[in-house]
Design a protein around this ligand. Structure first.
Ligand SMILES: [Zn+2]
Length: 117
């Protein structure tokens, strides 16, 4: 059984999108960068057509040319050929040294009811 990765942990990974963009794309023009799905472009996206989605806290990107979009996990899937959410999380958590945090069995917050009267 695969434990569910916490939202907090996913957000922490997603926050590295800009780092990933910088590493991936040497071209930055008018805040645009080379599409992660550049193989879908005729010229490997020589004229950058991807951008960070406004209002996404820097966590999502979109390509105005081929229509590819997503977060850093999707980006890693395009550039590294990784398949699936968990494999992407594993790759990126190692890359950025983020500890994968899973939702384990929750510690009981209920107090034992004692109805002694
Ligand atoms: Zn594209």
């Amino acid at each position: 059984m695969i434990s569910k990765i916490t939202e907090r942990c996913i957000s922490e990974i997603q926050d590295h999108l800009k780092d990933y963009v910088m590493e991936h794309s040497s071209k930055n023009k008018n805040r645009k960068f080379t599409c992660f799905n550049k193989n879908a472009h005729n010229n490997r996206d020589e004229d950058p057509s991807a951008a960070i989605v406004p209002g996404s806290r820097g966590r999502y990107w979109i390509c105005f040319s081929c229509g590819a979009k997503g977060d850093i996990l999707t980006a890693a899937q395009y550039t590294e050929g990784i398949e699936g959410f968990h494999n992407s999380m594993k790759f990126l958590s190692t890359k950025y040294n983020v500890e994968i945090e899973t939702e384990g069995p929750k510690p009981s917050t209920k107090r034992d009811f004692q109805t002694k009267q």
